[in-house]
Each structure stands twice: as C-alpha cells, then as structure tokens.
Design a protein around this ligand. Structure first.
Ligand code: PLP
Length: 227
C-alpha cells in the first residue's frame, strides 16, 4: 500500500469534485479511517500531512492515540457504548456517532470532569436499518433540542452511514436527505447548535457525498487498503 500516494490521489479527487460542483475545496476535510491498521501506517499518513484521523473501536482508538507520537486530531466515528466513553475523554476532538440522549449525557459528564467541551455530531439512521445505530429522522429534532442543553458538548452537525450499495448514485438521495435535515435544524437557530459539518461519504461514495454537501469524508480502505 502506498499510503502517501493514495492520500494524494484522494485529495486531488476532492479538489476536482469541488471544482465541478462549485464548492470551495477548503470546506471538505478528509478523515483518514485507520481502524485495524497499525500505528506505523498512521504515522505514514501523518508524515504527508494527513493529521485528521478516525477510529471506530473505543479501546483500539484510545491505545493508538497513546501509541502514535506525532500530533494529530482524532475523531471517534464508531458505535459507542456509554460505559466506554471514559476511555475517550480528553483524547478525541469530535465524536461523530451520538445517536441517543443517554450517550450524550455520558459524554457531557466525562468531559465535565476535564472542565472541557467536545464537538459532537448526531448520527442519523437514514435507511432506518435495524442493524445500524443512529436516531431516526423523525426523532432527530427532539434529540437535538435535548442535547443542546448539555454544557460540555457542542453540536456541530450530522453524520450518516447509509445502506451500502454498489452504485454510489443510489446513495445520493440519502446524502441529500441528511443535508436537508441539517438545513431544517439550522433554520431553528438553537443555541449551542451549528450545522456546519456533514459527515458522510466513504471510500466508494465520497465523490457523490461531496456533491451533496459533505464537509467530512471518512475514508479507510482507499487510503490504507482492505481490512
Ligand atoms: C470503517 C468506517 C469508514 C471507512 O470505510 P471505508 O469503506 O473503508 O472507506 C467510514 N465510516 C465509518 C463509521 C466506519 O466505521
């Protein structure tokens, strides 16, 4: 795997897609998803300036943050049990996968111990798939209003992990729906809530996600190879 070349290639594609759809490439950040990959692969990415990293498993995430020496910004993107939030406290800059109030409360409680505040995204289960985490679109606004009351979390936007389909064009309606939900919430002008981030798009569909407004694309396989 030529990690440096893969990152360069993706960054080029991000710029090209932005230019084609009239977006500023500076609005789109690449989250390199390093789950199940060793620290040396992560360091290879950091060496070429890819300092934004995403992890999906709590203990693995916490261990790698300690192991990787170089400065990086870590985002937690995976399913999260409340009793494991403590392992992430103070280590991650953003949690993409907040899908229920009890989890937000636990994050709030843990970050309050550091007298700090963490950025979070609300994960929406757009396909309403049984197997996936995420709040439903209909419950989203209530959840956002509740979470907005917590002092040690800041809602920065929405995240989705749509159903996997071979043809990325088929995912476009889900990406569009996520953007529309974010627009609805932004229009409410709730305090402690901004909708500046849309975390959507993975290795096989990030180009479509960018066309629909993604600001954080979470890419693993296309950078680090198959897991
Ligand atoms: C693993 C993972 C990704 C990256 O998927 P790839 O297809 O390898 O790019 C993105 N988002 C989440 C939530 C993941 O768990």
């Amino acid at each position: 795997m030529d990690i440096a070349a893969n990152i360069a290639q993706i960054q080029k594609r991000i710029i090209a897609v932005c230019q084609n759809c009239g977006r500023d490439p500076g609005e789109v950040r690449l989250v390199a998803v390093s789950k199940k990959k060793p620290a040396k692969d992560i360091e290879a990415a950091i060496d070429v300036g890819q300092t934004l990293l995403g992890e999906s498993y709590v203990q693995e995430c916490a261990a790698k943050i300690d192991e990787v020496r170089a400065d990086a910004e870590w985002h937690f993107i995976g399913a999260l049990q409340s009793n494991k939030v403590k392992y992430l406290r103070g280590k991650v800059a953003m949690i993409h996968s907040v899908d229920r109030f009890s989890l937000a409360e636990m994050i709030n409680r843990q970050w309050s111990k550091n007298d700090a505040c963490v950025d979070i995204l609300i994960q929406v289960n757009l396909g309403e798939e049984e197997s996936k985490s995420g709040t439903t679109a209909s419950e989203l606004i209530d959840l956002v209003r509740q979470v907005a009351q917590l002092k040690h979390v800041r809602i920065k936007g929405l995240m989705a992990l749509p159903p996997w389909v071979a043809d990325p064009e088929e995912v476009r309606p889900y990406f569009r729906q996520l953007r529309e939900l974010a627009e609805q919430i932004a229009a409410l002008e709730l305090s402690n809530v901004t909708m500046q981030e849309l975390s959507m798009g993975m290795s096989h569909d990030y180009e479509v996600a960018i066309e629909e407004g993604a600001t954080l694309v979470r890419i693993g396989t296309a950078i680090f190879g198959a897991r």
